[in-house]
Write a protein that binds this ligand. Structure first.
Ligand code: SUG
Length: 415
């Protein structure tokens, strides 16, 4: 009964380009642009429709209450009074990137046979550091069944960014797997957001078997090149690890450790000579959903930017034409999210569970996605310019839009 369910963060009505994420090249280079929250959310919904049509189970999470006045209150200020940088941080729709919501260890990996989730503290970036209370409330609701154990965040200052720095290798999603935590070491121009102590604490809370748990250092080259999360340069599914040559600090040792812990692994590595790190980051080749298709074989749900990057598309077409494990290339348009550095894989949190144990309000079907799209089309702002964040009228519209969605999905309890 255990199956992989992808929970996508619905893109919130306050989606905007404030350039808040140092080390995230897309966020910095699109700072100040006019965003399109409605189009953004519809793109995300279309991705869910696409994956549902592939026969993959799909869930979703609600956008959080923004602007976050409670957080501003803890800083002694208000929406009207806040300095521009704090106001932008309070407005961020960054919870859309559900890969940063939590780290998930499926039940077969844990000594107590429960599926464990630890909500990410996201302490490195101020605009993300206030996501966790809203996310935790939602996780506690969606995964209230005793099949799950939902944990509070790891305390600061140990930065934790959730599943974006976590990979799992297994013979099938319902079998015991090897969990790989990828951490960074700070010191460079761009921050390392995932700390080793946080990863180790999560592994202990999740009661993982040390023999099936690896801690691997992300390469500083990747971080300084703009790979602020490991899922920008590597992704795993079942026995396949799809990775760029520069992903890990000590490539040979990392590969050897992974092979020793999971001998059946198939490492599909893209060399720098075929795709440079800047091309990998610009195209988000690895920020793809590597999925097991119901008809057998794996598909790669990747951003259309990958198709537009010649070196990347050439490599992919050669791989599919050969005998590689990726059998299908499935481009999706999530450009509004991509402009803030969030690709298809950032937008989803993978949870291996029996769907019957999840609160059904968080599970998607085609009709429900149509209902969500109708609320978005009616209530989400069409455009937000940076100067608009000071508007109390817009703040009111954003709140009303979220409330309409919560009501449509019988989730007003999260209001
Ligand atoms: O944390 N962007 C997010 C993107 C997160 C992508 N997630 C994964 N790789 N899993 C971040 O950098 C930009 C917001 C702004 O600049 O307004 C932002 O937060």
């Amino acid at each position: 009964m255990l199956t992989e369910i992808n929970f996508d963060g619905i893109i919130g009505p306050s989606h905007n380009y404030a350039g808040l994420s140092r080390g995230n090249i897309a966020s910095a280079s699109n700072a100040g642009d006019v965003s399109q929250p409605r189009a953004a959310a519809l793109q995300g919904i279309d991705k869910m429709r696409h994956n549902l049509a592939l026969g993959l189970p799909q869930g979703f999470f609600m956008p959080l209450d923004r602007p976050d006045t409670r957080w501003l209150e803890t800083l002694g200020t208000t929406e009207e009074g806040a300095e521009a940088h704090l106001r932008a941080q309070a407005w961020s729709a960054s919870s859309m990137w559900a890969a940063n919501a939590a780290t998930v260890s499926p039940a077969p990996d844990s000594a107590d046979g429960k599926c464990h989730l630890t909500v990410a503290n996201l302490v490195t970036m101020p605009h993300r550091s206030h996501e966790w209370p809203g996310t935790l409330a939602q996780l506690r609701l969606a995964f209230a069944n005793p099949a799950f154990a939902v944990h509070a965040p790891i305390p600061a200052p140990f930065g934790d960014e959730g599943a974006a720095n976590h990979m799992r290798l297994c013979s099938g999603h319902d079998a015991a797997g090897v969990e790989i935590f990828v951490y960074g070491l700070s010191g460079g121009r761009f921050p390392a957001r995932q700390h080793l102590d946080a990863s180790k604490a999560i592994a202990r809370h999740h009661r993982l078997d040390p023999a099936r748990t690896l801690f691997i250092r992300q390469s500083d080259t990747a971080i300084q090149g703009g790979a602020f999360h490991n899922d920008v340069v590597a992704v795993a599914n079942e026995h396949v690890l799809f990775t760029h040559e520069t992903a890990f600090e000590d490539r040979e040792a990392a590969h050897a450790e992974i092979r020793a812990a999971f001998p059946a692994v198939e490492i599909v590595e893209v060399p720098t000579s075929a795709v440079t790190l800047p091309d990998a980051i610009k195209s988000y080749l690895f920020n793809a959903q590597l999925v097991s298709l119901p008809e057998g074989g794996m598909g790669l749900v990747l951003p259309t930017e990958a198709q537009d990057t010649p070196a990347v598309w050439t490599w992919l077409e050669a791989h599919v034409a050969g005998n590689g494990p990726i059998r299908k290339l499935l481009p999706v348009n999530v450009r509004q999210s991509m402009a803030n550095g969030g690709g298809p894989a950032c937008l989803r949190l993978r949870i291996v569970a029996d769907p019957a144990t999840v609160d059904p309000r968080f599970i998607a079907d085609a009709a429900k996605l149509d209902r969500i799209a109708a609320v978005v089309a009616k209530h989400w702002p069409e455009a937000i310019a940076p100067g608009d964040l000071a508007s109390a009228t817009l703040a009111g519209e954003v709140r009303k839009a979220r409330a309409a969605l919560l009501e449509a999905l019988d989730l007003s309890i999260l209001a």
